[in-house]
Design a protein around this ligand. Structure first.
Ligand SMILES: [Fe+2]
Ligand SMILES: [Fe+2]
Length: 296
């Protein structure tokens, strides 16, 4: 089982690149990292943004860590992006990912990704509008994939989300998007599936399980987010807490599907008001519960 960590836990807390690199390497015992855009906003002016982002990338490399990808975080998720209801918002959504690709290229990291986008409340219940906007969004991603290729990136990821007002949410949505884009993009666009999203029972019912996702769109899944969940909300709990998942379930899945490179990135989101001491202690306990060192 190949474990990594998404840096969502560090946001607003551990900002110094060398100290963060040491924390990941020495305290969490993790080698594979997914950098979050919440540390350096793609919309910041490029010179300062890239200088800051490159400092993280360099510190991580110097510590022996491997940054496999960068990814949209909470700030990015606030906006509707390429599925927004008007052309200006959609254009800005496209520009947002273009800038994230630029930042990722400056960091010399080979892949980036984000959830695809969100419909407005009105568009979400209008099948014709959904199709019309989706078609435009797919065209935007074809152009973004060309920009990614020109910039030296090797892959883009889309993360399905557990909301019917967004796309893709179901495994069937994920398959549809992959098939729509297949062969049209200059770098492959693949799914990054979040276990806590896929197991959301209120929306997916009996299909809220990872075997359903593997059966439906498993060939297109290139990486995962792991988080502890009770299946009732998108919890992003750490594995220090009890829930539906544990090390045994994850390991069994890894073996049954003969996974090799599809890193499980732990993506834990803590309340802003949790103390730094609590978050660090919980991260250490949680990664220990996954037995990262032995799993690597
Ligand atoms: Fe996620
Ligand atoms: Fe989530």
């Amino acid at each position: 089982m190949k474990l990594g960590v998404n840096l969502s836990f560090a946001v607003k807390r551990w900002l110094e690149p060398e100290a963060l690199a040491a924390l990941i390497h020495d305290r969490l015992g993790v080698k594979y990292v997914q950098y979050t855009w919440d540390l350096t906003d793609p919309w910041w002016p490029a010179a300062e943004r890239d200088r800051l982002a490159v400092a993280y990338a360099k510190a991580f490399r110097d510590a022996g860590l491997v940054v496999e990808s960068t990814f949209g975080g909470l700030a990015s998720y606030t906006y509707n992006h390429v599925l927004a209801p008007n052309a200006d918002l959609r254009k800005l959504g496209k520009e947002h990912l273009k800038r994230a690709i630029d930042m990722t290229a400056a960091m010399e990291v080979p892949a980036t990704g984000m959830p695809f986008g969100s419909y407005s409340s009105a568009d979400a219940v209008d099948p014709a509008r959904r199709e019309e906007i989706l078609k435009l969004a797919e065209e935007a991603w074809v152009e973004l994939a060309a920009h990614a290729a020109e910039s030296g990136l090797e892959m883009l990821y889309v993360e399905p989300v557990p909301l019917g007002t967004e796309f893709p949410s179901t495994a069937a949505d994920g398959l549809r998007l992959m098939q729509d884009l297949d062969g049209k993009t200059e770098v492959p666009v693949r799914l990054l599936v979040d276990w806590g999203h896929a197991m959301f029972e209120p929306l997916f019912g009996i299909e809220a399980n990872m075997d359903h996702w593997m059966k439906t769109c498993g060939d297109y899944i290139a990486a995962y987010h792991i988080q502890q969940t009770d299946g009732q909300l998108d919890r992003h709990w750490s594995f220090a807490q009890d829930g539906l998942l544990n090390k045994g379930v994850l390991e069994d899945f890894w073996k049954r599907y003969d996974l090799k490179e599809q890193t499980f990135f732990a993506e834990f989101v803590y309340p802003f008001e949790a103390t730094d001491e609590y978050v660090l202690g919980d991260m250490v306990a949680s990664m220990a519960a996954l037995d990262v060192a032995k799993a690597a």
